[in-house]
Design a protein around this ligand. Structure first.
Ligand code: 3NM
Length: 297
């Protein structure tokens, strides 16, 4: 998880103006995140008294991070009173990941996915800093807002929150699920898992879905664990109750073997974004999944 000061719309060096701005934020509910200790305490209504302000400015100055919700600043549909909150169901199908390693045309790709009727898209960006990511995420949010397409942000909880995405996807090396849940009580949280043990745990603690993989070898994620294959995948599907999305090296050729494992969805990057015609690839994959599901009744 990346939580950086520059992603937060308060003054980088809080002087008087910063205090004023911070005070405004503090009147909303605020979350303070201690990056050093990975301990997140959620403070409900933060009092606007001087002592609290000073304490929190000190936290900020020590390079800890302030993570703020703005139900008032940004409008009523922010935070837990969110309208049109989207929920994940079991019939996920193609989970398209728009990855900055393959495209910078995030908005165009999101539009494609929406037009084709995909249920979920994810924005994954390992190149941009958090403020750039937030800009892109807000654009994708605007596009997906009035549609049935769920919008998930990869890794960056603060970006997911500030862009008001439908959810966030976290890996085993990112923030702990329990901490993220405190910050995003009503949003979708997906968790990457690489084996049975991690899958059972993520299932138990309340992840909304599992991203299980890599199933096959993949060049898209160089630090991915060794591939687990479809047999292990099927065992994980059987042993867990939340939706399972398979990921890693999935393409049109091996798609059916993945579906045979009983997964709820397949997450794909390179087979789509590495092709000369992403739109055509998305449609082919979607059709193949539909046909498979019809065949299975
Ligand atoms: N996560 P492609 S594998 C982003 O195993 C990601 O958790 C993985 O890309 C995991 O479809 C992966 O190109 C890369 O193989 C998926």
């Amino acid at each position: 998880m990346l939580l950086r000061a520059e992603t937060i719309p308060i003054e980088p060096d809080p002087g008087n103006a910063g205090v004023g701005k911070l005070t405004e934020h503090l009147r909303c509910s605020a979350f303070f995140i201690d990056l050093n200790h990975r301990d997140i305490s959620v403070s409900g209504k933060v009092k606007k008294d001087e002592k609290t302000q000073r304490k929190n400015l000190n936290l900020y100055n020590r390079n800890l991070c302030l993570f703020v919700s703005y139900p008032r600043v940004r409008g009523d549909n922010w935070g837990s009173g969110l309208k049109n909150m989207k929920k994940i169901d079991k019939d996920i199908g193609l989970y398209f990941i728009i990855d900055s390693g393959f495209t910078s045309d995030f908005v165009q790709m999101a539009r494609l996915a929406i037009d084709i009727g995909l249920k979920i898209i994810q924005y994954r960006d390992k190149n941009a800093d958090a403020s750039e990511m937030l800009e892109n995420a807000i654009k994708i949010r605007k596009l997906t807002e009035e549609t049935d397409t769920i919008f998930i942000v990869n890794d960056n909880v603060d970006v997911a929150f500030n862009a008001n995405a439908d959810g966030v996807h976290i890996g085993q090396k990112d923030a702990r699920y329990e901490d993220v849940r405190k910050l995003l009580p009503d949003k979708i949280i997906g968790v990457s898992t690489e084996n049975m043990e991690q899958s059972l745990l993520a299932n138990k603690i309340g992840a909304d879905y599992l991203g299980v993989g890599p199933i096959f070898s993949t060049v898209t994620k160089p630090d991915a664990a060794p591939p687990i294959g479809v047999k292990k995948l099927a065992e994980i599907v059987k042993a867990t109750s939340v939706p399972v999305v398979a990921i890693g090296g999935i393409n049109l050729k091996n798609l059916e073997s993945v579906l045979e494992a009983g997964v709820n969805g397949v997450a794909i990057i390179s087979a789509i974004l590495g092709s000369s015609n992403p739109e055509k690839e998305i449609k082919k994959i979607k059709n193949k999944i539909n046909k498979y599901n019809q065949m299975k009744g």
